[in-house]
Design a protein around this ligand. Structure first.
Ligand code: ATP
Ligand code: MG
Length: 287
């Protein structure tokens, strides 16, 4: 069908909103995202964006209101809707953790036996307790979980954590990880051919952006007599590009290195005689 558009659901305003929109923009998709807008068309890609509460995204995708969506794995796991996980997106990283008040003498999960645990994730927590044979009372509350112990509503909490500063400022100590989570792209099952083709195009771009974010483009100058050693040390994807510099006896070396190896590599290269090292971010990387 001509003029067919893929409908994507993004979180309207919250921790995933900005990263989700930036990811689409990095994929070269242009759109306006005014405050309070619930729906927007994109200018140069067959996509229509819906802005929703994150908890509603799995259901809207399962029901076909949207075709695809970006949502945290924690929400997917809690809701168990009929959606397919298409691609992990490497942002929105957090963990669902159990935390206890500082003066709670916690040693193991057994210490939570018979205790009241406040959480917004009752299904995930119940399953975790069953798996670990702990009998605890789960109290479902929809927000501000971290204050529950201090107002006498619960003995412990199970909540999302990234840095841990919110727990700390509420006098809580993280004791167990229940699950790790990050943002994922989900799709309703069995998309029509036309929509699947659009999704494949989007995925191609998403993967290029993801790969680029995990890598750096590195340029350096090397004296020719150290060139062989430096090339050997470069943990590049393929052999690097080497170009002669105007100054005789020197060459310029270009390569792509993994972000995780980056600082260590730079140090080693410098010690091996590399100079004028430049490190550039990459926008897209197509393999
Ligand atoms: P909404 O109004 O859309 O329902 P919300 O308040 O439920 O928003 P946010 O706090 O914006 O949700 O979090 C959205 C998602 O961001 C979480 O479901 C989780 O996947 C992810 N996330 C990453 N880090 C954290 C964190 N430290 N605390 C909470 N969520 C986090
Ligand atoms: Mg929510």
């Amino acid at each position: 069908m001509k003029n067919q558009k893929l409908k994507i659901a993004l979180q309207k305003s919250g921790r995933l909103s900005e990263d989700s929109m930036n990811l689409l923009k990095k994929c070269g998709i242009r759109f306006s995202s005014g405050l309070g807008k619930l729906r927007t068309e994109t200018e140069n890609f067959p996509l229509e964006i819906y802005f929703l509460r994150d908890d509603d995204i799995p259901e809207y995708v399962a029901d076909g209101v949207a075709d695809i969506g970006i949502v945290g794995e924690n929400v997917l796991e809690e809701n168990q809707k009929a959606v397919e996980r298409v691609e992990k997106l490497n942002f929105g990283k957090c963990r669902l953790s159990l935390a206890v008040p500082k003066d709670f003498a916690y040693r193991s999960l057994k210490d939570l036996e018979g205790k009241r645990i406040a959480t917004s994730y009752p299904n995930i927590l119940r399953e975790f307790f069953v798996r670990n044979a702990v009998n605890a009372e789960i109290h479902t509350i929809s927000g501000s979980v971290e204050i529950a112990p201090s107002i006498g509503l619960a003995d412990a909490v199970c909540d999302l954590v990234s840095s841990g500063s919110t727990l700390f400022s509420n006098g809580l100590r993280e004791v167990e990880t229940v699950m790790n989570s990050e943002a994922v792209l989900v799709s309703r099952p069995n998309l029509e051919t036309g929509l699947q083709t659009i999704l494949n195009k989007l995925l191609f771009r998403l993967k290029a952006v993801k790969a680029a974010r995990q890598n750096k483009y590195i340029l350096l100058n090397a004296p020719n007599e150290k060139l062989e050693k430096i090339i050997e040390l470069l943990p590049g994807i393929k052999s690097p590009t080497v170009l002669p510099l105007a100054a005789s006896g020197w060459s310029s070396v270009h390569s792509v290195i993994n972000e995780n190896d980056f600082w260590e590599s730079v140090e080693i290269l410098k010690n091996a005689g590399a100079e004028g090292i430049l490190v550039l971010s990459i926008d897209q990387m197509i393999s």
